[in-house]
Design a protein around this ligand. Structure first.
Ligand code: FRU
Length: 498
């Protein structure tokens, strides 16, 4: 069996030691991307939450920093966001550098134990050295709890039209919006979502932001809402709503006005992308909507077979909004910065697949840190296309597309260590195909313990983790009818660590 360090991803963020869940407080400033994260530094399971911290100039090569926020008399530090207060609306700046303000949830476990419902409140902290060190605001909390058990994960944005801040907050089965002129005093504006979309679990980690619809001048507002449980393949997942926002109320687009419990508006259909939100303060010249998620699932996150560290983030992704058949869809692709870590090892303009065809082995490259790209031109009726990664221990991870059902799939039931939790390898995950194209483009990215599948250039995404007994050494394709793949490439991905 592989050791902890063999499972550790090469170019995905992991904490050096201890437990990690949600990404928090991501902001960009002066060439540096900041990532904070839910962290229990002293144990490998969820516990008293701190905000860990990491920095990067490209979102791929991360450097872990000292812990940013520690629990205090108001509670432990749950998820939240951070903004750069350019105009010093909070008055917490020193008049020279704009303060960075973190807005987070305090979780008071003592009050919870006493049987009270008001144990989650919102607090803030500020940094005058671009995120390095943080001071808690003396008059915390800035938003009290109205007596609701789930009242958390504030995500704050600047609403330019009215010069005010907007906070999206997860409140049990809906999102509440609050506004503020100074980040200190908050007014309730409206509630959204009680009767829309998935409600198989509690709503968590919202993110509201405007997006320009690709190839148009139209602007729409997107609201990400994580839900646990209730994901399309069980456990945790992130759904999204597209609509309009007027500074007070979010109105879903008419194409999703009746969106029910079962729907296909998910950021990622795989089991391991949760609580993701976007970076703040991305310069206008850049304009990207940069997203990162936690690459695990509450069904089994505390039991995955690593001991010294637990959990990784997904690859950072660039979100785009497209218009498709009278509705709007988010498309996600890995950030272009990943290309700097990639070198081509295999390139074939066309390959014939018959029965079972080997496409690459460990003699060609290290398949456990690779980017596999190809196209299936002319999908054939009712054909199932299966691709697999395997090793000498008999572990196999399968993924592919069933054109009869118009569904993608990942099957990790036989991918190595799966018995640590009943929900890990019991079912084959599936995802609908949203594109109508006759050709299928596939981009698969592996990193020791994970696969991220971007089908149809990111229209359907599936991310899952796995724990093989030995690194995967073979990549092959199978089908009962022969078929052709074109533009087949495999690139080696390598983190340039000294
Ligand atoms: C989501 C979540 C958040 C909460 C945090 C606690 O995974 O449950 O709602 O703030 O994790 O660690």
């Amino acid at each position: 069996v592989q050791a902890d360090e063999d499972f550790r991803p090469d170019f995905h963020f992991t904490p050096k030691s201890g437990w990690m869940n949600d990404p928090n407080g991501m902001f960009y400033l002066d060439g540096t991307y900041h990532l904070f994260f839910q962290h229990n530094p002293d144990d490998n399971v969820w516990g008293p939450m701190h905000w860990g911290h990491a920095t990067s100039t490209d979102m791929i090569n991360w450097e872990e920093q000292p812990i940013a926020l520690e629990p205090d008399e108001h509670g432990t530090i749950f998820s939240g966001s951070a903004v750069v207060d350019h105009e010093n609306t909070s008055g917490l700046g020193d008049g020279e550098t704009p303060p960075v303000i973190a807005i987070f949830t305090y979780h008071d476990a003592d009050r919870e134990q006493e049987g009270e419902d008001d144990f989650q409140t919102q607090g803030i902290a500020y940094s005058l050295d671009a995120g390095k060190t943080w001071t808690k605001y003396e008059e915390n909390p800035v938003l009290d709890n109205p007596g609701i058990r789930d009242f958390r994960d504030p995500k704050v944005i600047w609403y330019e039209e009215e010069n005010k801040w907007i906070m999206s907050l997860a409140v049990q089965d809906h999102i509440s919006f609050y506004s503020s002129s100074n980040l200190l005093d908050w007014q309730h504006e409206s509630d959204f979502g009680q009767a829309l979309g998935g409600h198989g679990g509690v709503w968590e980690c919202p993110d509201l932001f405007p997006m320009q619809v690709e190839d148009t001048e139209e602007e729409k507002w997107v609201l990400l809402v994580s839900i646990n449980p209730g994901g399309p393949n069980g456990g945790s997942a992130t759904q999204y709503f597209v609509g309009d926002f007027d500074g007070s109320t979010f109105t879903p687009d008419e194409s999703i006005a009746d969106l029910g419990e079962e729907h296909d508006y998910w950021i990622d259909f795989g089991k391991d992308n949760y609580a993701g939100v976007t970076w703040s303060n991305i310069p206008e010249e850049d304009g990207r909507h940069l997203f990162i998620g936690w690459m695990s699932n509450w069904q089994y996150a505390n039991e995955v077979p690593t001991e010294t560290w637990r959990s990784a983030m997904t690859l950072p992704r660039d979100l785009n909004l497209t218009q498709q058949e009278n509705t709007y869809r988010i498309v996600s692709t890995p950030v272009r910065e990943l290309n700097e870590y990639s070198s081509e090892r295999i390139s074939e303009s066309s390959v014939e697949i018959e029965d079972s065809t080997s496409l690459a082995t460990s003699a060609d490259l290290d398949l456990s840190k690779a980017e596999i790209l190809f196209e299936i031109p002319q999908l054939q009726q009712n054909q199932q296309y299966t691709f697999s990664l395997s090793n000498d221990k008999g572990d196999v991870l399968k993924f592919g597309y069933d054109h009869g059902k118009e569904e993608f799939f990942i099957d990790r039931s036989n991918s190595g260590l799966v018995d640590f939790n009943d929900n890990f390898g019991d079912k084959i995950s599936s995802a609908p195909r949203l594109s109508e194209s006759k050709n299928l483009k596939v981009r698969a990215i592996t990193d020791n313990m994970s696969i991220e599948l971007f089908f149809d250039e990111g229209q359907t995404v599936m991310t899952e983790i796995f724990f093989p007994q030995q690194a995967f050494k073979n990549f092959s394709a199978e089908s009962d009818q022969s078929f052709k793949i074109s533009d087949f490439k495999i690139n080696q991905l390598k983190h340039n660590q000294e």
